[in-house]
Unconditional design. Sequence first.
Length: 202
Amino acid sequence: MARRSPLARFYLRIERAIVPVLLLVGWELFSRSGILPRALLPAPSQVLVAWADWVFATDGNTQSYSGHWAMDTAASATRVFSGFALATVLGVGIGMAIGWSRTVEKLIEPVLQVLRPVPPVSWIPLAIIWFGIADKPAIFLVFLGSFFPVLLSTIHGVKTVDRNLLRAGAMAGGTPRKLLRHIVFPAALPSIFSGLRIAIGS
């Protein structure tokens, strides 16, 4: 398939933008015509002004929550990333241990399999009792939603490492710790990243 020239791609973008632009212009004109009250159908320009006021508190008669958008977003992002980071560290660490050691698998996996089917929403009352009303319950719930996808993907990645690689590493004098660090972990990374993608979506 022949590649389009930059000019052709530019015209293609313009063609794709024509209909959305016409819709916005028509919406603006219809709203300003007064056929419908603006409270029912505000113009796009009014929506933009209201959004700017919500984010930046540009209006002197603004609502009490206006202007806090960036701070609120940062606070929510901090909770999400904290829970996700905790789930990543523990999920990968415990998953590596379970996948590598049968003893650890026998001790830990039964408990995890009992907890895994419980939806994170069901933990909300306990999270509030344990951590109170603050950031910690939210971080805990994000952690629960992300932990098991990372854990299961890590276990799968460790258990499916090519045994020939492990034998070759052992023949070269590799200790279990070196095999885990230099062979098992790199080989399990694709599965671990798949679990991280699933965890982000959950």
